[in-house]
Design a protein around this ligand. Structure first.
Ligand SMILES: [Fe+2]
Length: 170
């Protein structure tokens, strides 16, 4: 199994896109809410891996990518706000579906931007060996990743992300 960091991240992206399609096909509030819970979990783990490991690793090796990585990080923060609001609101809320569609739109664009932007640049700059090493770190981090839930590292990261936005209750 490939441990190339970019291959692993793109696999996540595929899963996220698949869940987005599931949301589009979901019929009824209960099913929409259930798909949103799955999206929330996959997105938070993916953002966690990117924020904790990938962006710092890429940035250290290719400083010129810093603006692109900071933009991606800001997009994670916005997505975290939407995820937080979605997972704490009822699917019957009239704003639930528009919020979910906004999340899908935002994250869909971010995925495209990553795959066309810093990823090819990082592949060229880092080369195969460095990306394999980074990928091995992802696999290890995932194996050890705490489950989402009260007090988990993922929850801490989410609240840190939320904490960067003024006026958003943490
Ligand atoms: Fe990503």
């Amino acid at each position: 199994m490939s441990h190339d960091a970019l291959v692993l991240l793109k696999r996540d992206h595929q899963e996220i896109r698949r869940l987005f399609r599931d949301y589009g096909r979901a019929t009824g509030e209960e099913e929409r809410r259930e798909v949103v819970q799955r999206i929330a979990r996959v997105l938070l783990v993916h953002s966690f891996v990117e924020e904790e490991l990938i962006y710092p690793g890429i940035r250290a090796s290719v400083p010129s990518l810093a603006p692109e990585l900071l933009l991606a990080s800001e997009q994670h923060r916005l997505a975290a706000v939407l995820v937080e609001q979605l997972t704490s609101s009822a699917a019957t809320d009239e704003r639930f579906d528009p919020k979910a569609r906004l999340l899908i739109d935002l994250v869909g664009r971010q995925i495209e931007r990553e795959e066309e932007g810093w990823m090819p640049a990082a592949r060229q700059a880092l080369g195969r060996k460095a990306l394999q090493d980074l990928g091995a770190d992802i696999a290890t981090a995932r194996d050890q990743a705490p489950q989402p839930g009260p007090g988990s590292r993922i929850e801490q990261v989410t609240s840190e992300l939320l904490g960067h936005l003024p006026g958003v209750p943490g």
